[in-house]
Write a protein that binds this ligand. Structure first.
Ligand SMILES: [Zn+2]
Ligand SMILES: [Zn+2]
Length: 255
């Protein structure tokens, strides 16, 4: 088993269908010996998901809890073949999201055909603020894998390999292996996510690790093996990682 140091994709109970608090997720990260965890809450398009205020208020959450560095972001929904997304404008404009993913979910874009799914994903990659696309192995949404990976390369977008897909989105395994192989062929970095909706899944990637073996993925293409690779990528996009407003407030009282 590779030594995964970060989890790129988790959910709290705030999404309406998750069962752990943020603090519990961090406890899960500690138990899995992670250095870093991304909390990527579902965007408003998913029934029961939080609204814009939830994402705008991330600044009050410490970016390190129990020794685990935190990146707070959003799993946005791809809404149409033009690649429109439901990322709340205010959170985006105020640069309050550390990491932004985009996904095809049935509540927001019902499956149609391979051409449409491919177009939708490729269009979403063209938003400069989208960092990675989630669970592309989902058999409900067949895609042109070669074309999608090529667009990821062109747009500097990471591809997620999702551990939860293997037991939630049945039929994903073969697609995930094919996607990983194509990422190797085109040298596109992959980010690994548990997609945990319960804290005991945080940082646990048994299925992904097998997929990486099957696709013979070199370590250099797995972002989770070196946290700096992810933070460098996000900083280059202008994200204010680990900003703490309390420190700025402390400055007010310096003589
Ligand atoms: Zn998802
Ligand atoms: Zn998710």
């Amino acid at each position: 088993m590779r030594k995964y140091l970060l989890d790129g994709h988790t959910h709290t109970l705030a999404c309406g269908h998750g069962y752990s608090t943020l603090t519990e997720l961090v406890q899960g990260a500690v138990a899995a010996n992670l250095e870093m965890m991304c909390m990527t809450e579902h965007a408003p398009g998913i029934p029961g998901a939080p609204g814009a205020m939830f994402f705008s208020n991330y600044r009050i959450i410490p970016r390190e809890i129990m020794g685990v560095k935190l990146l707070l972001g959003i799993e946005s929904n791809i809404l149409d073949t033009q690649g429109n997304l439901d990322v709340p404008k205010r959170a985006l404009e105020k640069n309050r999201l550390d990491i932004i993913s985009a996904s095809l979910h049935e509540y927001c874009i019902p499956p149609t055909n391979k051409k449409d799914h491919t177009e939708a994903v490729m269009a979403a990659m063209n938003h400069s603020y989208v960092d990675f696309i989630c669970h592309l192995g989902n058999p409900s949404y067949p895609i042109d894998i070669k074309a999608v990976v090529a667009e990821a390369k062109k747009t500097n977008t990471m591809i997620e390999i999702n551990n939860g897909s293997i037991f939630i989105r049945w039929g994903s395994l073969e697609n995930c292996v094919e996607i990983a192989k194509e990422c190797v062929a085109q040298e596109v970095p992959m980010i690994v996510g548990s997609d945990a909706h319960y804290h005991t899944d945080v940082g646990r990637f048994p299925y992904v690790d097998k997929i990486m073996d099957l696709a013979q993925v070199p370590d250099e293409l797995i972002v989770n093996l070196d946290c700096k690779r992810l933070t460098d990528y996000l900083k280059a996009k202008g994200r204010k990682l680990f900003a703490n407003p309390r420190e700025t407030a402390d400055d007010l009282f310096k003589d």
